[in-house]
Ligand binder design. Sequence first.
Ligand SMILES: *Cc1c(COP(=O)(O)O)cnc(C)c1O
Length: 355
Amino acid sequence: MPRPIVARISIAALANNLGVARSMGGSARVWAVAKASAYGHGMAAAVSGFSQADGLALLDYDSARLARELGWTRPILMLEGPFEPDDLVTASALDLSLVVHDRSQLVWFADHRGSPLEVWLKVNSGMNRLGVSPADVAELHGRLSALPGVARVSLMTHFADADLPDGPKPARLRFDAATQGLSGDRSLANSAAVGLHAETHADWVRPGIMLYGASPFDDRSAASLGLRPAMSFETRLIAVQHLNRGDTVGYGSTFTASGPMRIGVVACGYGDGYPRRAPSTTPVIVDGVRTNLIGRVSMDMLTVDLAPVPSAAIGSSVQLWGPMLAVDEVARHCGTIGYELLCAVAARVPRFVQD
Ligand SMILES: *Cc1c(COP(=O)(O)O)cnc(C)c1O
C-alpha cells in the first residue's frame, strides 16, 4: 500500500481557468505561466490543461525540455532569460523565446550562431527586480534587433502592485513612454492585472495563479471570479486517539484537551509541503465535514479534532485544500498566500492527473 497522500490535478479545471483568463484578457494572446513546475501541479498537467494557450511561460530549462518531450509545440517564454551563454544553444534546440533583462546578456546574443531567437526585452518599470532601465530601452532594442542571432524583439514588464485599483498605473506609464515607437509585441499583465486593469492587456497577458484556481486578490475569492481549484490535496486518517481532560497532543504539547475528545491523525505533514506554521484554527475537511487542526504539524502527520465528524475512523478521507476548501483560505490562516502553499507541495506527493 502506498502512503495515502495524493495531489489530484484536474485538467478540466485548468482548462476552465484558462478560458476565464482568456475571456478577461479580451483579444490578448495568453502566455500560461507554469514556472515552479506549474505552481506545484506538474508539467504534464500544464501541457494538457493549457493546450489552448498561445504559449507557456517557464524559467528553468529542464522544465522547458520536459514540456517539449510532453508534446508542447507552441512558443515557450523563459521568464528569467539565459543564465549563461550555453542557454542560447538550448533555446535554439528547443525553440524557446528568451527574456533579456540586463545589457550584459547582449554579448551572448552577439556571439550566438544557432537559429535566430525570439527575444523579449524586459523593462524595469519600478519593481526593481529584473529589467533594463527605461532610459536604455530604445538603445538595447536597436542593438538586439540588428543582431543576426535575434529573430525579433518584443517588449515586456512586470507589475509590483497590480492587485490595487491604481497600483500599476505609474509603471504602465513608464513602460509606455520607454517603448513608444519601438516595434514588437507588448506584454505587461499578470493575473491581478488581467482581472483588474484592461488597459494593461496589450498583445499578450501572462496569468499564473488564476489558472490554478487561486485568487490574485486578498478580497475576492477565486470562486467569485469563476475559477475552479485545479489541485485537490488529499489523504486519509491513519489513526484515531481518545483524549481525556489534560491530555496533550504532538511535539511541544501545544494542545491540551479541555475534556474527553476524539482526534484524528492525518497522513500529511510539513515533509509533504503542508505549512508547519498552520495554527490550530486552520480548517481541514474530514469525510466531507469541516473541522480544524489541533497541535503542531509534524513532518509526516498532523492532527485534527473529530468532534464535528463522530463517524470518522481510520481510513476516513481528508482534504487539506481543494474543491471543498480553498487553498487561499488555508493560506490566510497561515499568514501567507495560495501561491506559496501550491508551490510547496513536496516532490514525494504523487500527482494524479485526471480529466
Ligand atoms: C509569475 C509571473 C507571472 C504570473 O503571475 P501571477 O501573479 O501568478 O499571475 C507573470 N509574469 C512574470 C514575469 C512572472 O514571473
